[in-house]
Write a protein that binds this ligand. Sequence first.
Ligand SMILES: *[C@@H]1O[C@H](CO)[C@@H](O)[C@H](O)[C@H]1NC(C)=O
Length: 247
Amino acid sequence: MFVKVISFGVVFSLVNAQYSLPEDFTRCRQKDAKLNDCLKSAVPDALRRMKEGISSLSVPQMEPLHVSGINIESGAGPVVITQNYKNIKLHGLTDSILTTYKADLKNYRLRTDSLTPKMEFIADYVMKGRILVLPIQGKGIANITMVNLVVKHDLIGEPVQRDGQTYMHMKDYKVKFIPEKVVLHFSNLFNGDKRLGENMNAFLNENSDLVFNELKESYEKALSSVFQDVTNKIFDKVPMNKIFPEE
Ligand SMILES: *[C@@H]1O[C@H](CO)[C@@H](O)[C@H](O)[C@H]1NC(C)=O
């Protein structure tokens, strides 16, 4: 009898341990003929509700989103710079809207394009290198602002079975950044030499397409892994049929 009571208790706590989406998130049904339209509005709405994070799912604060560090080694070409960013804060993600959504749940694939009016990347930086013919070096605060940033997201998932439930684990998350405009500012370039620093910041902005194109791939890689982690915080915990109900 005693044993029975204990095992009942264990079963009860396991059942309770099953996570679900926060109550106020819109659910989009798998068989909804307008599933893509539903997700197009539900996902940005969820993102806005995640500004402070979701503690029960260990989803971090999204506004701003903190990223620990990025190291960039840009090799050949016109921009050769070693950059190290720390204490990164991304502002503006939760103002994003989605312009298209393509969910292919049978193949565990989600594709969407987002538009972020203004994404600010603020971080402590250290850098050293050369842009075109000019040497550049500094250590201070970087502000890389992307205006009207289109991000193409490609989420490649796979089913994971656990405790009789199917979870949609994201094994890969690809992003492409297409900003309308990039505004760069690095404080304290050249050991704080004001004139050199101002000239270099002006030069970087006159050539921002070139500079950004050289660095884009590293930013994309770093941020896609951040997006993947946040997505999996939810998708690894909440069974797929609780995110996309079957009925
Ligand atoms: C970063 O730069 C943008 C564009 O110049 C500016 O609007 C924003 O206020 C700056 N943010 C910080 C924290 O300095």
